[in-house]
Design a protein around this ligand. Structure first.
Ligand code: ADP
Length: 167
């Protein structure tokens, strides 16, 4: 298999509804290995998201601004199609606990069937984020939890509270 380009580049796809410090941890770790990391934010017709695509992208951009080599882009449809159009052959996924494994394993092998030239690489976050998910944060905030700044940036919490409680 040939390397697609000289500069090492990877795509980190996800829904990011909203971005958490777990995602940011993976982005930074990926950036230690790859010159360029494109964070690809899914339109996601299947999953109902709390935030719109534009809102999720704006938060990702704000959270990663200042990290040279990291950019954020939307994608529609199959992730392998997006990765291929970028002429990239590495996709990053984060692995938290064993519970992530089955789904991620299935998806990685399905994506490999769709395009054998694209490899999925799994990265583990720092243990303080290994139980953190966007879903958990949305549930906690929905039930009235505040002070979530050890899990999400303050500006994300503000938007989350506003969205959930129209404050
Ligand atoms: P999905 O793409 O499955 O809708 P997310 O947008 O929440 O899920 O996450 C994108 C990627 O980041 C996935 O690979 C997911 O496993 C990973 N991820 C999510 N939260 C964390 C975390 N706290 N630590 C490490 N990886 C994470």
């Amino acid at each position: 298999m040939e390397r697609a380009s000289q500069t090492s580049r990877a795509v980190y796809p996800g829904t990011f509804d909203p971005v958490t410090y777990g995602h940011i941890d993976i982005i930074k770790r990926a950036h230690l290995l790859f010159d360029e990391v494109i964070v690809a934010c899914a339109e996601n017709a299947e999953k109902a998201t709390l935030f719109t695509l534009e809102e999720r992208i704006a938060m990702l951009r704000e959270a990663t601004e200042g990290i040279a080599g990291v950019s954020v882009e939307p994608f529609y449809g199959l992730v392998v199609d997006f990765v291929r159009t970028k002429k990239i052959n590495v996709m990053i996924r984060g692995l938290r606990m064993i519970s992530d494994f089955e789904y991620e394993f299935q998806m990685a092998l399905t994506n490999r069937r769709l395009d054998d030239t694209i490899e999925t690489i799994f990265m583990m976050p720092s243990e303080q984020y290994s139980f953190l998910s966007s879903k958990l944060i949305k549930e906690a905030a929905g039930l009235g939890a505040t002070g979530l700044v050890s899990f999400i940036p303050a500006f994300v919490e503000e938007r989350l509270q506003r969205k959930l409680h129209r404050r």
